[in-house]
Write a protein that binds this ligand. Structure first.
Ligand code: FAD
Length: 265
């Protein structure tokens, strides 16, 4: 067995190693459990690749891979695509052509104190927070994709991705319930950022003290006062969030300026 050395990291920063490892896991592990994609699954995967190609604030080779994958999916006249064909495309573009996605999992800000904790599910949250923030920062990015003019688009693609592909079925069911209840009320790209933040805190609250909680990373209402003092207020002795400050914080935390490339190959 491999002995993992703990990697020091700054919890106020976002690590590209987590986002890329998440994409690697999604494309090469999670998707691999489906022999072929068709119908609603295929549509969901196509839309996921489209928003990622347009919004992922990544390195050139990775963005190129997402763009290549998107163009290929759009151009294919098939209504059923074998997973192996997707995997071939993800793998066979050599470094030489400047298109690739690193093939290993390297959790940094998503490290767990045991191998079964954190990792992919942490990175998936970070990936979708990043995509909602990028959509709010660059509202024109989805022009001409057929997915523009919809403030809920990233959330809806996330909802469908979780529904069709996320390995944790109980998680998918919980998330679907929250989506059904209030995703409709999202009317702007900024509200989408805040909706996902709020729901993630609902999940944190529900899982606090659960067996799945990493003792080194207790489930808290995030961002905690040490990372964003201005996000917290007290009104008549009760805690309340200053949502304008939270939005500003999220837009900076999940922006490309906050990404560190340490531990990427
Ligand atoms: P995570 O909750 O994964 O958070 C990752 C990072 O995001 C944190 O370290 C922090 O930097 C940041 N963050 C934390 N809170 C917020 C916030 N409110 N807004 C923005 N950023 C934030 N597990 C279950 O056992 N049951 C479930 O029902 C369940 N539902 C899930 C639903 C979805 C859609 C997803 C993606 C995961 C779900 N999980 C569920 C997994 C669970 O939420 C955690 O991902 C997992 O327990 C690992 O926790 P973590 O400590 O890495 O922090």
């Amino acid at each position: 067995t491999e002995i993992k050395v703990w990697k020091e990291f700054d919890k106020s920063r976002l690590y590209m190693a987590d986002l890329e490892s998440g994409l690697h896991f999604l494309l090469r592990v999670e998707l691999a459990t489906h022999k072929a994609l068709e119908g609603a699954e295929l549509k969901t995967f196509k839309d996921f690749v489209t928003i990622s190609a347009k919004l992922f604030p990544g390195r050139q080779p990775v963005v190129k891979l997402l763009e290549t994958l998107q163009e290929w999916l759009v151009s294919l006249p098939l209504d059923k695509i074998p997973y192996d064909a997707i995997l071939d495309l993800v793998n066979n573009k050599m470094r030489i052509s400047g298109i690739f996605l690193p093939r290993k999992v390297q959790w940094v800000g998503c490290q767990g104190s045991r191998p079964e904790l954190r990792g992919y599910s942490c990175s998936l949250w970070k990936l979708f927070h990043t995509l909602t923030v990028q959509a709010a920062l660059r509202p024109k990015a989805l022009l001409n994709t057929g997915l523009e003019d919809n403030p809920q688009i990233v959330l809806q693609v996330m909802r469908r991705y979780i529904q069709h592909f996320f390995g944790c079925k109980a998680c998918a069911q919980h998330f679907e319930e929250m989506a059904k209840e209030s995703m409709d009320s999202v009317k702007s790209l900024d509200q989408a950022v805040l909706w996902l933040w709020e729901k993630h805190n609902v999940v944190n609250n529900r899982l606090a003290g659960d067996l799945t909680e990493d003792p080194k990373f207790p489930k808290v209402q995030w961002p905690t006062p040490d990372v964003c003092p201005a996000c917290h207020e007290e009104i008549k002795g009760l805690h309340s969030w200053n949502e304008a400050q939270v939005l500003q914080f999220l837009k900076s935390h999940y922006s490309s300026d906050n990404i560190l490339y340490k531990y990427t190959e």
